[in-house]
Ligand binder design. Structure first.
Ligand code: SAH
Ligand code: SF4
Length: 364
């Protein structure tokens, strides 16, 4: 770690006192300009500079006038999240580690999937996660706190400003369980749609199966995609790897997923991390096919991305390609589309929580 000299430190303190505007809603920006005694239309101008033009500084906001720009420079900044670390993978995946105002760290990833010509951003919804899945690096971190609306939205804006590339798809698949922070996630989705300009159909929320959260998301009735991280069709295996199953059993989660489809009329996704010798048997593939037979869904198989727990152990292995394909073929027998997810960014630890853990280990 580098030691900062006194002048850099005082400069940093000055910046910290300023109000950061990126990630705020138009209503929040309107309150901000009113506090400065400015007319409301100034909020609209600033909103457009931040979200449509990805401005990095007030100096770019030419229609505000020099005097106002100077005033804004004194009291505010654009950037909210601090970039603590960036890794770029050979395949172009960009993995960001952001520092929050209280010093906590979160991860976001910018991914170019080969089958799409648009970019996807993978967002965090919490610092750490309380669900504690036994194969997940974020689960190993434990739960620290929920993210705020601004902390979620500014992940996208920070990525766009840094990379200069437009994010077209959003997946809530970074750190955290989005449906244990449902109200904030729903309000962030609305800002991504209305301010950032991302189509609802290009937004996916992934959950480990939090029944009240699924019901709340259904009630919000947004035309987004809901993905369920099922990972096992039988209770014993699921309880072992996704411990929240003891609170929300599979049949209750499936009931909530059916209700979700009935309310929103949207096709859902079933995610299934393949762990060798744990959930990859032919019998489990048949059980999975049976379990989701009547659900309007696609199935996404995710070959396990090896992660180390706190003791430095890797608890699982990825099944070989033959097993993966056999599982795909059997689980698709009732007519569902089953895909094996392509890996992106594995040379930079792009699975959720992995960069965070590596960074903390290096710091200690
Ligand atoms: N908490 C939510 C969203 C974040 S995790 C959820 O669990 O759905 C996003 C996805 O990454 C989940 O499907 C999760 O099971 C998967 N995942 C976590 N660790 C992984 C690993 N090491 N290898 C492959 N997929 C992993
Ligand atoms: Fe939490 Fe999702 Fe990781 Fe499970 S897989 S510990 S729910 S982030």
């Amino acid at each position: 770690m580098t030691t900062e000299n006194a002048s850099t430190e005082s400069k940093l303190n000055e910046t910290e006192k300023k109000r950061a505007l990126s990630g705020l809603t138009l209503a929040e920006l309107t309150d901000f300009v009113s506090e400065l005694g400015l007319p409301k239309f100034r909020a609209k101008q600033i909103h457009s500079w931040i979200y449509a033009k990805w401005a990095k500084s007030f100096d770019e906001m030419t229609d505000l006038g020099q005097e106002l720009r100077a005033k804004l420079n004194e009291v505010a900044t654009i950037q909210f999240l601090k970039l603590a670390h960036l890794e770029v993978s050979r395949d172009g995946t960009r993995k960001y580690l952001f520092e929050l105002p209280d010093g906590q760290l979160i991860e976001s990833v910018l991914i170019a999937f080969e089958d799409r010509d648009s970019l996807s951003a993978c967002l965090s919804s919490q610092v750490g996660c309380a669900v504690g899945c036994t194969f997940c690096a974020t689960g190993y971190l434990g739960f620290k706190r929920n993210l705020t609306h601004q902390e979620i939205v500014d992940q996208v804006m920070s990525i766009q400003r840094e990379s200069g590339q437009r994010v077209a798809n959003i997946v809530y698949m970074g750190q955290g369980e989005p449906l244990l922070n449902t109200d904030t996630v729903i309000s962030s989705i609305k800002t991504l749609m209305n301010s950032v300009g991302i189509g609802a159909r290009h937004i996916t929320v992934s959950t480990s199966g939090i029944v009240p959260g699924i019901n709340d998301l259904a009630a919000a009735n947004l035309p987004i995609t809901l993905a369920l991280s099922l990972h096992a069709p039988d209770r014993a295996t699921r309880e072992e790897i996704v411990p929240i199953t003891s609170k929300y059993p599979i049949h209750k989660v499936m009931e909530a997923m059916h209700d979700y489809v009935n309310t929103t009329r949207r096709r859902v996704t079933i995610e299934y991390v393949l762990l060798e010798g744990v959930n990859d048997s032919e019998e489990q593939a048949r059980m999975l096919a049976e379990l989701v037979k009547d659900l309007h869904c696609n199935i996404n198989l995710i070959p396990f991305n090896p992660t180390m727990n706190k003791e430095g152990q890797i608890l699982y292995q990825r099944p070989d390609i033959r097993t993966q394909k056999r599982f795909r073929d059997i689980s698709g027998r009732t007519g569902k589309t089953v895909t094996i997810r392509l890996e992106r960014g594995t040379d930079i630890d792009a699975a959720c929580g992995q960069l965070h853990n590596k960074f903390l280990a290096a710091k200690n």
